[in-house]
Structures are given as structure tokens and as C-alpha cells.
Design a protein around this ligand. Sequence first.
Ligand code: ADP
Length: 167
Amino acid sequence: MNLKIIIGDITKIKCDIIVNAANSTLLGGGGVDGAIHRAAGKELLKECRTLGGCREGQAKITGGYKLFAEYVIHTVGPIYSGGNRNEENILISCYKNSLALAKEYNASSVAFPVISAGAYGYPKEEALRVAVDTIISEEGDMDVYIVLFDKELVDIAKKRFYEYMDN
Ligand code: ADP
């Protein structure tokens, strides 16, 4: 995959698919989930209600409604609780399953937030490292963006993943 790390609000990104760091109900929440639901409009929640939730590490797709993106992929990251509960593998699955779904829908571009790095408490640097490593190790020529929203992650990215940044 072609990876670029950018800074901004994922609801404003112009690409085929954006990924939501959802919770297992898929019925909306805070953070990026709340922002995506607000920007997409009520129809998104209506479709999410038909999906019956989603397990950690899995991903489901809906329309993008008022967003620029045609689709939203909802994936449920692990809630971090020390690192010994398979959190890393679950987080890797979020990226892999989301990318597989994006490929299935013939996306040429997809944008991710840093899954689990907010309310779910995954250490930010590790959450970003898992995102980068998993995305670059996947086969395919999709343009994949990681969208950073908080300053701490921007500082980490500038120090450690500068080669992928273009702003
Ligand atoms: P989780 O519950 O998976 O931790 P959060 O939404 O709490 O999800 O946080 C995940 C990451 O998304 C955090 O780094 C947070 O700063 C970021 N984030 C919040 N709002 C936005 C947004 N509008 N665009 C991109 N990233 C966002």
C-alpha cells in the first residue's frame, strides 16, 4: 500500500472510504465516531442500526451519506488494558479487515484515524506504529492515509514516521 500520514479532520478528507474507530454497538459515540456521525447525518445511524453491532478487530461497511467519502468502514479497536489481552493482534486485525473490505469495494483511497489511540487508551506511539507497520505490509496499490488529529500523535509522527508525512 502507498502510505501517507496527514494532519487534519478525517470527516473532511477527500477519499473513497473513511474508516471509523467505532464501538461494538456501532450506534455512535465520542471522539472520531461522534464526528463522523455528525458529519454524515442521521441516515448513517439508521443504517448502523441494521448491522447488529461489530466485534473487536472486525469491520463493517455503510454508505457515507453527507460525507465526501462514498463509504464508511466501521471497525472496533481493542480497549487497552495493559497489553496482555491480545490488544496488538486485535488492532492489527482492524487495519487488515478494513483494508480487505476497502479492496472488495474497489476503493483507490482510504483514510484511517489512529484506532484505539483515544478513549480506548492504547499508548499513542504504539497505536501509530501498529497502524504504519500493518498498512505498509499489506499488498496492493491503494492510497492509504493515516489522519492525525491530536498534537501528541503529530509530534510522535514527526519524530518517528517523518518519511511518510507530507505536511
Ligand atoms: P478509540 O475509542 O478507538 O480510542 P477515539 O475517537 O477516542 O477512538 O480516538 C481515536 C483517535 O482519533 C484519537 O487519536 C483522536 O484524537 C482521533 N480523532 C478524534 N476526532 C477525529 C477526527 N475528526 N478526525 C481524525 N481523528 C480524530
